[in-house]
Write a protein that binds this ligand. Structure first.
Ligand code: NAD
Length: 183
């Protein structure tokens, strides 16, 4: 598989990068190298063949779209984030830019590229979004029918599946087994 991994110079992204490369996936890294990103985390892995490094920001939709197209990316895995929560008190704007506008730009770039594809390869394309919000945010599994029509729509419309669980399912499609999972 061809992966675009954003934020791979960070703490978790670099661990994912090593695992993905060890399992023979090709990886394009997109990282802005903020205070949280360290080239030292990835430079030994970058060989400009199986692992390419691009310095850039996830808010740059055109850049992401061109990388998806040029490298025929199958999976976009997003670790790029303002993750140091304390900083959000003094610099909330950076959090809005990267975590909200950046995520939106990634989704739009993916939509722009992948919606042009046809045939069986188009349905394999996926985005894995990594965040810390899994306790608050729940995705609904559309195939599960309502348990009861008498209960509140907030509690019984569908069975929620946690993003962490979604990530585990999707990573196993790549042949990557998470070290541990609470799901
Ligand atoms: N570290 C943890 O314990 C932990 C736990 C649960 C969830 N998470 C989540 O996992 C994700 C990654 O966490 P982490 O600890 O590896 O983060 P990190 O802060 O170590 O790394 C973030 C990476 O993103 C890059 N980056 C930041 N803004 C960018 C931008 N606009 N464009 C491109 N690259 C950008 C940085 O340069 C850095 O390499 C975050 O969403 C975080 O909330 C982390």
């Amino acid at each position: 598989m061809n992966l675009l991994v954003t934020g791979a110079a960070g703490f978790i992204g670099s661990a994912f990068l090593r695992k993905a490369l060890s399992q023979k996936h090709k990886v394009v890294i997109l990282d802005k190298l903020t205070y949280a990103g360290h080239m030292a985390n990835v430079e030994e892995l970058v060989d400009n063949s199986n692992c390419i490094f691009v310095k850039g920001c996830i808010t740059d939709q055109k850049l992401t779209e061109s990388l998806l197209k040029e490298h025929q990316i199958d999976y976009l895995v997003n670790f790029a984030a303002e993750s140091h929560v304390d900083n959000s008190i003094h610099s909330p704007g950076e959090f809005i830019k990267t975590n909200i506008l950046g995520t939106f730009a990634l989704l739009e770039a993916a939509r722009g590229y992948w919606s042009q594809l046809t045939g069986p390869e188009a349905v394999m394309k996926k985005i894995i979004f990594v965040s810390s919000t899994y306790r608050q945010m729940k995705f609904m599994e559309p195939s599960v029918k309502p348990a009861s029509s008498t209960k509140s729509c907030h509690t019984d419309r569908t069975r929620p599946i946690l993003p962490a669980r979604l990530a585990v399912i999707t990573l196993s499609e790549l042949g990557i087994t998470p070290i541990s999972s609470r799901q």
